[in-house]
Design a protein around this ligand. Structure first.
Ligand code: AMP
Ligand code: MG
Length: 347
């Protein structure tokens, strides 16, 4: 089987503490720019912050990212999630960060009717998305593993988690967004009013650009390289889930991607090529990008009408673009896509 993982971000230079735009500028108020590239949580991250204290804040950000990775990794034998996944029914103590993240994932699982399910790990593993030894499990195997999923069977109490034997957790759909949100809070506490955190394609903004204008975020074209449009925003999170991020192709040319439908145990076939969520909360944006990708256009639009508090930009497998009314005026198509019709979803 041919395997492929598109990590365009890997091509970016891993710059540490670089002083780029604004450095030594003529204006006394020009903020110093610092950037740091980090490989963690299975992805490349690039953190950029402005201001005198930015360098030390970025160093501490890296420390925190490594601590969270050590807590949430499914493969590191010392992680809390690994301990829970090999607990054979025993209760495993959780740090406050892991407890909060797991509680949030379970709440979103309930709220999305199980489109998000943090107990999907046995299936993610069976399809080879952890080892990258990709395979198509038999229907029988999928059925057996589905019996080992179900977020409603997870118990979190007294700062510990109890999983029925054989069940396993995967916080991959929410961890990076949560990390971005925690870092944004920390940056603000430290007095940083301008930063852009690119956590493997999950974008978390802190404030606006140093000159006070909005950030311009390219939204990845799910069918090829580059972006198909630009979103202007400030102090929000912009998170995309798409089939193109991690997938493999079988001998017949069928593509299987890493976002699974918890109802079928198979790659979600909702008709979407990508789902981008724009929200104040990074964890919410990350949870919803995965959930809406599983739900598809109609169910996703219904969810948006009922829950609000976020905007979304959906690209269907047919290349049609849908966006919610809140970002109608802040999203612009790139020239190469300017002939595309954009459908606005209204309440
Ligand atoms: P994201 O890139 O945020 O959409 O997260 C995708 C990752 O979450 C996958 O690589 C899996 O580890 C895991 N995952 C896949 N499908 C689901 C699902 N329906 N609910 C929760 N996690 C999932
Ligand atoms: Mg997600």
């Amino acid at each position: 089987m041919k395997s492929k993982r598109l990590l365009g971000l890997l091509l970016l230079p891993a710059a540490a503490s670089l002083c780029l735009a604004g450095c030594g500028g003529s204006s006394e108020t020009a903020a110093r720019e610092y950037s740091k590239g980090i490989f963690a949580m299975g992805t490349y991250m690039e953190l950029t912050a402005y201001g005198e204290q930015a360098e030390s804040v970025l160093d501490e950000a890296e420390n925190r990212i490594r601590e969270w990775e050590a807590l949430w990794s499914t493969t590191d034998e010392d992680s809390e999630i690994y301990a829970a996944n090999h607990s054979q029914g025993r209760t495993v103590p959780l740090s406050s960060e892991t407890e909060e993240l797991l509680q949030f994932a379970l709440k979103m699982a309930r709220q999305t009717g199980g489109a998000l399910d943090p107990t999907i790990y046995p299936l993610v593993n069976a399809w080879g998305f952890i080892s990258q030894e990709y395979r198509v499990p038999s229907q029988r195997e999928i059925g057996e593993l589905l019996a080992l999923t179900g977020y409603e069977k997870v118990k979190v109490e007294n700062h510990g988690v109890t999983l029925p034997e054989g069940m396993q957790l995967d916080l991959g759909a929410v961890g990076k967004g949560y990390a971005g949100e925690l870092l944004a809070d920390y940056f603000k506490e430290e007095g940083i009013s301008s930063a852009l955190l690119n956590i493997g394609g999950n974008i978390q903004m802190v404030g606006s650009r140093p000159d006070g204008t909005k950030w311009r975020i390219g939204i990845r074209n799910p069918f090829g390289e580059g972006s198909f449009g630009v979103l202007e925003s400030e102090d929000t999170a912009v998170v995309t889930s798409g089939g193109y991020e991690r997938y493999f192709t079988d001998e017949d040319g069928t593509v299987y991607w890493h976002i699974l439908d918890p109802d079928t145990g198979r790659p979600a076939q909702s008709g979407l090529a990508s789902a981008t969520i724009i929200a104040d909360s990074g964890r919410m944006a990350d949870a919803l990008s995965t959930s809406i990708f599983v739900m598809g256009l109609e169910e996703g639009s219904e969810y948006w009408k009922n829950h609000g508090e976020f905007d979304m930009l959906l690209v269907t497998q047919d290349g049609e673009i849908y966006l919610t009314e809140g970002i109608e005026d802040s999203f612009t198509l790139e020239d190469a896509f300017s002939d595309r019709e954009m459908h606005v979803i209204r309440k």
